[in-house]
Design a binder for this molecule. Structure first.
Ligand code: NAD
Length: 301
């Protein structure tokens, strides 16, 4: 099995490390415009895993990426303090466009973090001739992890006993699905009057990290390795991911966060949840926001 990680910055290096320690791939190729950076990260990670993982981690080129089972696209500009993810659209769409111009394999699955991730995932699918199932946008896992963290503080329960999913945009139009929150597997009602404050805390989560250490790394990259290894092992697990819709939830021609089953073909199934009326309204608002950007994709590249 071969994984190619494009972008050896904060997210790309962390994704490579978190995946290499799982010993699932034979080979991980790390590509960056800055070849020395990619070589340094590949060496450091190779040293880290030498006691327990057979994965070969190396800097490479697009020629080395041919035959990749999974390609993780993490290349691009990150946000600075005060920026929204959509501020990155014009700069990053050219980068993903150039990446998609290379040959990988007929059945490669692409997992993208580059922001604004939902629009980038849609652009990737549009710019290629491959089926939409092969394009997974990473963000819902991270938003859900942050939701669970915020809920754990609020409920005074361990975060890993809580399940709470976030769908919608990976951005301000995110939709935490309060109607499905569970603690130890049991439904837990979160009073409506407390939800606004919890949502506000979640929205602030990424900036709380970025303003202090310059970028988020451990949470997104652990999550990326979860998605990547699930695809590689055909594990068929449910994750909130950005997926290109074709009629699901009554919408088409955009990528947005929804619960999906992941497997070796990428998105095996899009699960359509019964949302509460307020959640449905928020989801439709996220659709409207993202549709505007996705409609413009062709004019931007
Ligand atoms: P970073 O600046 O640390 O790394 C980006 C890397 O991309 C750099 O090493 C740069 O040299 C490389 N790069 C730029 N253009 C390239 C190209 N054409 N080909 C190959 N490499 C190229 O940034 P980061 O913190 O790793 O973030 C990467 C992206 O992921 C950003 O867009 C960021 O906003 C996004 N992000 C998304 C999530 C998510 O949950 N979806 C989480 C964190 C970061």
């Amino acid at each position: 099995m071969k994984l190619t990680v494009i972008g050896a910055g904060t997210v790309g290096a962390g994704t490579t490390y978190n995946t290499a320690i799982r010993d699932v791939f034979d080979e991980i190729v790390l590509i960056d415009l800055d070849e020395e950076q990619a070589k340094g990260e590949a060496l450091d990670i190779s040293h880290a895993i030498s006691f327990f993982s057979d994965t070969e981690v190396r800097q490479g080129t697009y020629e080395d990426a041919v035959g990749s089972d999974v390609v993780a696209i993490t290349a691009g500009k990150p946000r600075k303090e005060g920026m929204s993810r959509t501020d990155l659209l014009e700069a990053n769409i050219e980068i993903v466009d150039a990446i998609l111009g290379h040959d990988f394999a007929d059945d490669t699955v692409f997992i993208t973090t580059t922001n604004p991730m939902d629009v980038m995932n849609y652009a990737n699918a549009e710019l290629s001739s491959l089926p939409r199932e092969r394009f997974i946008g990473f963000g819902g896992w991270l938003d859900s992890a942050r939701f669970q963290y915020v809920l754990s503080q609020y409920l005074d329960e361990p975060a890993d006993d809580i399940r709470g999913y976030v769908i919608g945009e990976h951005g301000d139009a995110q939709v935490p699905v309060f109607s499905q929150v569970t603690v130890d597997g049991d439904r837990r009602e979160i009073p409506k009057e407390d939800r606004k404050d919890l949502v506000q805390q979640m929205r602030q989560s990424a900036m709380d990290v970025i303003s202090r250490k310059g970028g988020t790394q451990w949470a997104p990259t652990y999550g990326m390795s979860e998605l990547i290894t699930t695809v590689a092992t055909d594990d068929r697990r449910v994750f909130p991911c950005s997926a290109v819709l074709d009629g699901e939830y009554g919408h088409s021609d955009l990528s947005i966060g929804v619960p999906v089953v992941l497997g070796s073909d990428g998105i095996e199934t899009i699960i359509e949840w019964d949302l509460e009326p307020e959640e449905r309204k928020a989801f439709d608002a996220a659709v409207e926001k993202l549709q505007g950007y996705c409609d413009d994709v062709d004019t931007l590249v």
